[in-house]
Design a protein around this ligand. Structure first.
Ligand SMILES: Cc1ccc(-c2noc([C@H]3C[C@@H](O)CN3)n2)cc1F
Length: 329
């Protein structure tokens, strides 16, 4: 068995990717943010305070004949940007891309931070990290993918995120036609809950790869490519108008700049992110100053290959072999 779901950028900056997920009987369809950097499936619900819930699509367990309260269980989670949510837990049928998990833990939000309240294009997250990262207590729950893995044709899923166009999350199979290059595999470390791996080097503008181990995570829930300062500086030294903008908390430059590409080595392959994928968006509507897709990871203590990097590749999250595959798109 397999599953295949389309995913769409949430806005003109490809800030997040939205995927429709069916929950309960009859199906309640919610727009959710798939996040390989966390391991909880949580949703805005009939239990979310009305003031916080307005504008969001809600899951109502009381309207689902297959919903069951997981009595005594609660959850609480905080994301990299200090956003947070918490609540209680139901089990229900959850269908993604035509594949159904009958008894999936669906974490219902009784509290959500302002970032989620304001982000009305999504109504929750689907964690696609490793089960060890699940935040339900007293008994941690399995992710949707972990529950599905043994029934899928292959215990893997792929992410094909695209700039301003529809991409896909495929479960149980690899559609190699989505990529131009060969898939290079490298070991994945799931011990912290996310998909950790080590890139072997980087280069700017098509130059020869600098051999340089870069340990980081493949994180569909993070917008940017976040790397060490020495690499960020090496890149922006090639961008005439680049400067750090305190208010934007990142490097900005003239939108008219012709940005160099950025490449990284992984699994014996080289993934090249084109210059235009590295110009994320004007800092404000109509501004001629643009925000860089490559930013520093210095103050977060971990390197994150987020959507800016993932957009350049077809990425295989291979649980069965504990490995990550990357192919140029
Ligand atoms: C409003 C909002 C805030 C954060 C996130 C969010 N989702 O995934 C992540 C990254 C960071 C790390 O925590 C795991 N993956 N961050 C999504 C939101 F819609």
């Amino acid at each position: 068995q397999t599953g295949s779901a389309n995913t769409n950028p949430s806005d003109s900056a490809d800030d997040e990717y939205i995927t429709s997920v069916s929950i309960g009987t009859p199906a309640q369809v919610l727009p959710l943010d798939f996040d390989t950097g966390s391991s909880d499936l949580w949703v805005f619900s009939s239990e979310t305070p009305k003031s916080s819930a307005s504008g969001h699509t809600l899951y109502s367990p009381s309207k689902s004949s297959t919903a069951k309260k997981l009595s005594g269980s609660t959850w609480s989670i905080e994301y990299g940007d200090k956003s947070s949510s918490s609540g209680d837990v139901y089990t229900d049928v959850v269908t993604i891309g035509g594949f159904s998990v009958k008894t999936q833990a669906v974490e219902s939000a009784t509290k959500v931070s302002t970032q989620f309240v304001q982000d009305t294009v999504i109504s929750g997250l689907v964690g696609l990290g490793f089960d060890v990262g699940n935040q339900v207590s007293p008994r941690p729950q399995k992710t949707w993918f972990s529950n599905a893995a043994n029934s899928l044709a292959e215990p893997l899923f792929t992410a094909d995120l695209r700039h301003q166009e529809t991409g896909s999350y495929n479960f149980g199979f690899i559609d190699t036609s989505l990529a131009k290059g060969t898939i290079g595999y490298t070991p994945a470390d799931g011990s912290e809950g996310y998909w950790g791996f080590t890139a072997t080097g980087y280069s700017v503008g098509g130059a020869k790869l600098n051999r340089n181990s870069i340990t980081g995570i493949a994180d569909t829930g993070t917008t940017l490519l976040l790397l060490p300062d020495n690499i960020v500086d090496a890149y922006y030294n090639n961008v005439e108008s680049a400067q750090y903008d305190d208010s934007q908390e990142g490097v900005v430059f003239d939108c008219s700049e012709d940005l160099p590409s950025f490449s990284f080595g992984v699994g014996g392959q080289t993934i090249t992110i084109s210059g235009d994928l590295l110009n994320l968006t004007p800092i404000e509507e109509g501004s001629s100053t643009c925000f860089g897709g490559l930013q520093s990871s210095a103050d977060i203590g971990i390197n994150i290959f987020g959507d800016v990097a993932l957009k350049a590749a077809l990425v295989v999250f291979d649980l069965g072999n504990e490995r990550l595959g990357w192919a140029q798109k």
